[in-house]
Ligand binder design. Structure first.
Ligand code: ADP
Ligand code: MG
Ligand code: MG
Ligand code: MG
Ligand code: MG
Ligand code: MG
Length: 649
């Protein structure tokens, strides 16, 4: 989660009363920035990843593992270290939603040289090491997407009782407010305000994996947790029910941001990466367990979508619109709804909900319809938190009101305008991936996407399919074993560029769009087949084309091998491996329940694999890590010469 202003948060009623003010000035701020920066050219590729970690604590005597609520303390030590030692400036630490989470990014983005691809894995290792030094016996960091027993009794250390009454932030039956990050008021404020705006608790229902001894229908008696009936009403049969933002925002994920040479390139990459989102989500799938139950899905996405859905009943279409302004098809956290480039125009087949007045204002400024619609679409949302100190801003130099709305539209991709007063260019953030156990895997997924963007630009690949089909793929991607079994809509011919329509009105180019795509497996999309080149072969073609140096090629080869073998099914996804671990565990009773003991054994095994003490041939092969020691001298030199001033917060 982006971290904005610090200060005194306003109550929900006050925040709501400023909603129009924030939107009005937010749009003005965007317009002012756009005017200044629309013609900005010749920015180079910079890119950086974000890895979110969970802090966990093993009690080896009791054979129990809990989430460790220690991020405030750790972050202040890490930030102090950063001030004291130059080496630590290689990492930036950020608070995240939960008190058991921290986020680590490189100290400054990686640069445009291919050799920089060698650096990311070593940087990720350094992150683990610098946190590791601050932990006590039994305390560990894990890069796992969801803690299997989140929301079960005593799932945190120290342990707290949830507060289901309206005085709590989440009012959850399962997730105590103490598990929300506390050193910054943003997270608790967001939690409370999502609930107050929605006028009920969030309701998360995920299909349970029905095993032969699973209660059927599966429906829990929630009164034992202190439910007043609201939860029982919201819980669906045969689903795992959850009722707090923490179940979603308390998941970890893997993101990356890269800078485009200008706004046009950023819009193009944003569009062509959209169809890649569900593919990479399925390939990175890592979350088959919630609240101690095996789910019938493999990814976190639907949980997080439901966990911050602040739409009212009117906005969700359950009641006629009376007090609210729009019928809204999606949560604030979800996949994108429209393409931004001219090439994408004809593939925008979702009816976009947007604020007409804001749209007109942007159009009157000479901003084209696609970008105007995009911004006017983001701005259907209310600000969900606001700080008293930030109400009044200078619209020509500040962008806090714009960022307030922008950064609480948590979509699969984010189009990021340059921040004011920086030398940063137009960027795109890729957000759908789940986190992997080891640095090697996380580096592989990140480097693969960086290279896909290079292949898209170099070969002018066209990956577009109707945006509604991307949404269908997002659903498929989350299904049990989608990486191996799922069929995804994908463009048949990615090598022929579409000529974009000449006018804003389509001139017949939208015809025959349905002939342009077909259903493919992930293996076909990633590795290719007779009549489809495949993304890994395209990346290899790119590496040939640029005559990539041998060192980098060796590093990248291993990363591509991992992606390729996960896609072919030769290697398992984290989600499938997790399922196997649980169902093969001697304590598993075929009842979908993941007990404390199973959880403990599972996370012990994860820890050993992540730190290289155990092999896991189902997940990956024997690889050679790029550590600090074996980074070629030329690469280190290139790194040292990076312009350290370039950094976006
Ligand atoms: P957010 O949480 O808003 O996504 P973060 O600051 O956590 O943002 O992460 C941003 C990522 O973008 C980091 O990996 C950082 O290294 C990278 N980054 C920073 N500046 C640039 C830039 N100019 N171009 C590309 N990437 C950048
Ligand atoms: Mg984050
Ligand atoms: Mg971040
Ligand atoms: Mg940030
Ligand atoms: Mg991010
Ligand atoms: Mg949207």
């Amino acid at each position: 989660m982006g971290l904005l202003s610090e200060g005194s948060p306003l109550s929900w009623e006050e925040t709501k009363s400023y909603a129009d003010h924030v939107r009005k000035h937010g749009v003005k701020q965007f317009i002012n920035q756009y005017r200044k920066l629309k013609d900005r050219q010749k920015d180079v590729l910079y890119w950086g990843d974000e890895v979110e970690y969970m802090l966990i604590r093993f009690d080896h005597e009791k054979e129990v593992v809990q989430l460790l609520l220690k991020s405030t303390e750790l972050l202040s030590s890490l930030q102090k270290q950063n001030l004291e030692s130059k080496a630590n400036a290689q990492i930036l630490w950020h608070p995240e939603y939960a008190q058991y989470m921290v986020e680590g990014t490189p100290g400054s983005p990686f640069g445009c040289l291919m050799a920089h691809l060698n650096l990311v894995e070593a940087n990720m290792k350094l992150r683990r090491e610098s946190i590791g030094k601050l932990l006590k016996t039994g305390e560990r960091i894990a890069s796992i997407t969801a803690f299997p027993r989140v929301g079960c009794s005593n799932f945190t250390y120290p342990s707290y009782k949830p507060n289901p009454t309206p005085s709590g932030c989440s009012s959850s039956l399962f997730f105590p407010d103490e598990a929300i990050h506390s050193s910054h008021p943003r997270f608790k404020t967001l939690t409370r305000n999502v609930r107050l705006r929605r006028k009920e608790k969030v309701a998360i229902n995920i299909p349970i994996f029905k095993d032969k001894n699973t209660m059927s229908p599966f429906l829990e008696d929630l009164s034992i947790y202190g439910d007043n009936g609201e939860s029982q009403n919201a819980a669906k049969p045969d689903h795992i029910y959850m009722d707090a933002m923490g179940f979603g925002m308390g998941c970890c994920c893997l993101q990356l941001t890269f800078q485009a040479c200008n706004i046009g390139e950023a819009r193009l990459l944003y569009d062509h990466l959209a169809p890649i989102c569900p593919i990479m989500m399925a390939l990175s799938a890592a979350t088959p367990i919630y609240r101690g139950y095996l789910a019938d899905t493999d990814c976190r996405w639907s949980v997080i979508v439901q966990s911050v859905d602040d739409r009212t009943r009117e906005e969700r279409g359950l009641e006629p619109l009376k007090h609210d302004r729009f019928l809204i098809n999606k949560s604030r956290y979800d996949s994108i709804d429209s393409y931004l480039s001219e090439e994408g125009r004809c593939y925008n087949d979702l009816q976009l909900v947007y604020d007409k007045e804001i749209y007109e204002e942007l159009m009157a400024e000479g901003i084209d319809d696609l970008l105007s619609q995009h911004i006017a679409h983001l701005f259907i949302r209310d600000p969900i938190s606001l700080f008293e100190e930030k109400i009044n801003q200078n619209d020509s130099t500040d962008t806090d009101h714009f960022e307030n709305i922008q950064s609480t539209n948590w979509q699969s991709l984010r189009f990021k305008p340059p921040p004011p007063g920086s030398n940063i260019g137009w960027r795109v953030e890729f957000r759908p991936m789940e986190i992997q156990l080891s640095d090697f895997e996380n580096a592989a997924y990140v480097v693969f996407i960086v290279l896909v963007t290079r292949a898209i630009l170099t070969f002018k690949l066209n990956l577009l399919i109707p945006i509604s089909k991307v949404d269908e793929n997002m659903v498929t991607a989350q299904q049990n074993n989608a990486a191996r079994l799922g069929k995804f809509y994908f463009r048949k011919d990615i090598l022929t560029v579409n000529s974009p329509p000449e006018a804003a009105e389509c001139v017949g180019c939208c015809e025959r769009i349905d002939e342009k795509y077909t259903l493919m497996t992930i293996n076909e999309i990633i590795n290719g087949k007779e009549d489809f080149p495949g993304l890994v072969p395209m990346v290899n073609k790119y590496l040939d084309y640029i005559e990539c140096d041998v060192d980098t090629r060796c590093t990248v080869l291993q990363y591509l091998k991992l992606i390729s073998k996960r896609a072919s099914g030769e290697l398992l996804t984290m989600a499938q491996w997790t399922r196997q671990f649980v169902t093969n565990h001697e304590d598993y009773k075929n009842d979908s329940v993941v007990s404390d003991k199973i959880n403990y054994d599972f996370l012990m095994e994860c820890d050993k694999i992540a730190y290289g003490e155990h092999d896991c041939p189902q997940l990956f092969f024997k690889y050679h890590s790029r550590t600090r020691d074996n980074i070629p001298a030329a690469v280190s030199k290139a790194e040292a010469n990076l312009n350290r001033k370039i950094y976006a917060s």
